[in-house]
Design a protein around this ligand. Structure first.
Ligand SMILES: *Cc1c(COP(=O)(O)O)cnc(C)c1O
Length: 404
């Protein structure tokens, strides 16, 4: 029987049959019947917001990660804003973060009037380089915002040591790393403050939502104040005690960044699935590693003593072995119905930061990496067959563009 060699397979982008008939997104939520029931129960309850579910969800997350306090926010970006406020960031302060992240990791510093300082990544781990952090510290540095990019914890031990040596506050952007561990410790219990996001592509979702965990009572109270207009109703904290039961005081200019009880009820229900979600993400990553290893791509780095929670699975294209660039490969994979993505455009290259004077070339490793990365679909509801489809599409496309 004549078997058609794979290399003659016509790419979908050139009119061939796509590997998949149905589009596979890069990420999406898993919602169970229990999740839906929990939301409905809250809809029928007296409290849609400012009720008991917020506190329950905060306590569940604090317990899960091993932190003393947790404060829920309307979204992860608002939570980062709250953390920068709690850390006392203001005009003239410098905060060091990675350029290889979502813009919110840097924007939160700008909201408070602070100056963002980008420290380059390590080319192997894609994580902020502690040596680069050291080199960017000045007398004006106030905080560090490391990002657990893709779900792999940053070099937290070294970053905490640098922070202690220089009196800096560490706000860990753990939007990618709920459920990850660093030397056996759960992410959320290491930095001064840790931010989680509950956007639908993240590990658990509340639609929109975020949380800060901390062991500091002082940060905890500042986060609570900031989340709700700068207002306190705590008699122990008020300037006047004898006004009456209606009385409250506004102590600082805060925002309405509250999460609703509807969202918190969903989060509480979702948290029950977290271990299974993370386990499934790890299994998918292992299968990708196995299927993709013969192909002209660089597989994700796995740091010792860390367990990634695998928010993202990135491949680095070995462009020197290919006749096409990342854009052509991306478009060809999309035509095969594979929802590839790019995480991230280095933050300092966005027009807003360019206009603020950050030069191209300030983070050579992040900028070089950006030219070759692709994010493959990864979410718990993917089947092994979905994973095989993706790997087959990567094989088909890289073969079609192989440099011989
Ligand atoms: C998702 C994300 C955020 C912000 O979270 P939102 O809940 O979408 O506001 C911040 N940092 C990183 C790295 C993220 O991936």
């Amino acid at each position: 029987m004549h078997v058609k060699p794979v290399k003659e397979e016509r790419l979908a982008i050139h009119g061939g049959q796509p590997v998949r008939t149905a589009y596979l997104a890069y990420g999406r939520q898993s919602i169970s019947e229990e999740d839906i029931a929990a939301v409905i129960e809250t809809l029928r309850s007296p409290y849609l917001t400012q009720g008991p579910k917020i506190r329950e969800f905060e306590e569940a997350v604090a317990r899960l990660v091993g932190a003393k306090y947790a404060v829920a926010f309307a979204n992860g970006t608002a939570a980062l804003h709250g953390a920068c406020y709690a850390a006392g960031i203001s005009a003239g302060d410098e905060v060091i973060t990675t350029p290889l992240t979502f813009a919110a990791s840097a924007n939160c510093v700008r909201y408070c009037g602070g100056t963002v300082v980008f420290a380059d990544i390590r080319p192997d781990t894609y994580l902020i380089d502690p040596e680069q952090i050291r080199q960017h510290i000045t007398p004006r540095t106030k905080a560090i915002i490391p990002v657990d990019f893709t779900g792999q914890p940053a070099d937290m031990e070294e970053i905490m040591r640098i922070a202690r040596d220089h009196g800096l506050i560490v706000i860990e952007d753990a939007a990618h790393s709920l459920g990850a561990t660093y030397k056996g410790k759960r992410i959320g219990s290491i930095a001064d403050m840790t931010m989680f996001s509950f956007h639908p592509v993240k590990h658990i979702t509340t639609g929109e939502g975020g949380m800060i965990t901390t062991d500091s009572e002082a940060f905890y109270h500042r986060l609570l104040l900031f989340r709700s207009h700068g207002i306190t109703r705590d008699p122990a904290r008020m300037h006047r005690q004898d006004e009456g039961a209606w009385y409250y005081e506004m102590h600082d200019l805060g925002y309405n960044y509250r999460m609703t009880d509807i969202q918190a009820a969903l989060g509480l229900s979702q948290i029950r699935g977290l271990d299974a979600f993370v386990e499934r993400r790890r299994a998918i990553a292992r299968l990708y590693d196995e299927l993709l290893s013969p192909l002209p791509v660089i597989l994700p780095y796995r740091a010792p003593e860390r367990e990634s929670s695998w928010h993202l699975y990135l491949i680095g294209l070995q462009l020197e072995k290919l006749t096409a660039g990342r854009k052509e490969i991306y478009e060809a994979l999309l035509a095969e119905n594979i929802g590839v993505n790019v995480h991230y455009i280095p933050v300092h290259l966005h027009p807003y930061y360019q206009a603020a004077g950050y030069p191209k070339g300030l983070a050579p490793h992040a900028e070089a990496l950006y030219e070759r990365i692709l994010t493959l679909p990864l979410f718990p509801a993917m089947s092994d067959e979905d994973v095989r489809n993706v790997a087959r599409a990567v094989e088909k496309v890289t073969r079609a563009f192989a440099r011989v």
